[in-house]
Design a protein around this ligand. Structure first.
Ligand code: NHO
Length: 363
């Protein structure tokens, strides 16, 4: 097949975005048949692009943007610019911006495909979810979001395969948060006493597992978003993360903390409360873990702490691993289980890069 010309726009160059760019450079070098060129790159307050869509060198893009970038255009102006590109366009959203997420239908309607790890669009209102897929249909564009659940692990693609081949998902259960996994695995390990809750939270942030503000992980919302995305793909029209019980691990007293930093500073005052949960589980011969589950039959969705016997696969997780069990008609009594590292820039960016390759071959 002749080389394809595709323009790529990258928004967001943080923990995930910067690794994505290095993977993009690797792909460009090692897969010459995928012919694309970077025409737009942006971060929170700066953008780099040329009126004639001339190619931006991937290796030096961030440095050039930081040194010579212009002010960030408003979203409608970005859409106009990309819709006028000489080739088909893939917009890679590596931000956690709600405003960009809400504009996905506008991008897609103009024929701009989207690849993203940003969960906001797929776990916002059900109306937005429907608008996104309707807009893709009318715009002839594609939208891929593998890393919105389980980072680079094949979770979204597996779920789509069930649905598109006529299997029936009956239950989905697992540890969906790399941060929560890391926190509970080190706070309540199978062997030993474990380390202090607040120390673990700080470490998880340093390791790049947490969302930009760690409260977005601890309030259960990150897990709720992932559970919602899978539930919706399986056919449950879940309205919002408020439509089912979600347990927050943020002490009431810290809900009003002004910043993530202030929150982290005061968290040690509340270590004792988490200690109580750990001891209660221990007294029952179990360990405490933070999980999400969707029962497709009873349509019951929940997110929160539960106790598990040491032999349970959920209790034996290590590091920031995720584990997701898919119970389906086809798989019968033995669920299909996907397990692996579920957070961090490298593996999250891989999910994004993999999606990009899938979109490239379809454009
Ligand atoms: P950063 O490092 O804060 O980077 C955000 C970038 O976006 C910055 O360059 C910022 O300048 C830019 N930006 C923000 N708003 C913008 C705007 N309006 N216009 C232009 N640029 C803007 O965030 P990350 O860590 O790189 O995350 C990026 C996206 O990936 C987020 O949507 C995040 O939810 C998603 N994501 C990250 C991870 C991860 O491990 N870091 C995962 C999945 C998705 O699988 C991972 C996961 O679920 C982590 C979760 N916390 C867990 O399981 O514990």
């Amino acid at each position: 097949a002749p080389p394809k010309n595709v323009n790529i726009a990258v928004i967001g160059t943080g923990g995930v975005g910067s690794v994505f760019l290095s993977q993009l450079a690797w792909i460009a070098k090692h897969t010459p048949s995928t012919h694309f060129s970077l025409c737009y790159i942006a971060m929170i307050d700066k953008a780099l692009y040329h009126k004639d869509y001339s190619e931006i060198d991937i290796d030096t893009a961030v440095a050039t943007m930081e040194a010579t970038g212009s002010a960030l255009p408003a979203i409608p102006a970005i859409i106009d610019y990309l819709a006028g590109a000489p080739h088909k366009v893939i917009m890679v959203d590596n931000t956690s911006s709600g405003a960009i997420a809400e504009s996905y239908p506008a991008f897609l309607r103009r024929g701009i495909s989207i690849v993203t790890p940003n969960k906001k669009a797929f776990s916002g209102s059900y109306q937005l979810w429907q608008d996104i897929f309707a807009a893709a249909q009318s715009g002839g564009s594609l939208v891929y979001h593998e890393s919105s659940v389980g980072a680079g692990m094949p979770i979204i693609s597996t779920m789509k395969d069930f649905v598109q081949t006529g299997d029936e998902v009956t239950k989905i259960e697992g540890v969906f948060s790399g941060t929560m996994s890391y926190l509970f695995n080190s706070f309540a390990p199978l062997r030993g006493t474990g380390s202090k809750w607040s120390d673990n939270v700080k470490k998880a942030k340093e390791l790049g597992f947490t969302e930009p503000d760690p409260r977005d992980d601890l309030n259960g919302l990150d897990v709720a978003r992932k559970v919602m995305i899978l539930g919706r793909l399986a056919g449950l029209p879940i309205e919002s993360p408020n439509s089912f019980p979600v347990q927050s691990l943020i002490p009431k007293e810290l809900e009003s903390a002004k910043s993530g930093d202030e929150f982290l500073q005061r968290l040690p005052e509340f270590d004792e409360r988490m200690e109580e949960h750990k001891v209660a589980a221990q007294n029952a011969g179990k360990v405490v873990r933070f999980i999400g589950s969707i029962d497709m039959v009873s349509k019951h969705v929940k997110v929160g702490m539960e106790w598990f016997y040491p032999s349970d696969p959920i209790a034996t997780l290590k590091g920031s691993d995720n584990i997701i069990s898919f119970h389906t008609k086809r798989y019968g009594s033995m669920p299909l289980i996907v397990r692996g590292q579920g957070a961090g820039g490298d593996v999250t960016a891989m999910g994004v890069s993999g999606d990009l390759l899938k979109v490239l071959v379809q454009l």
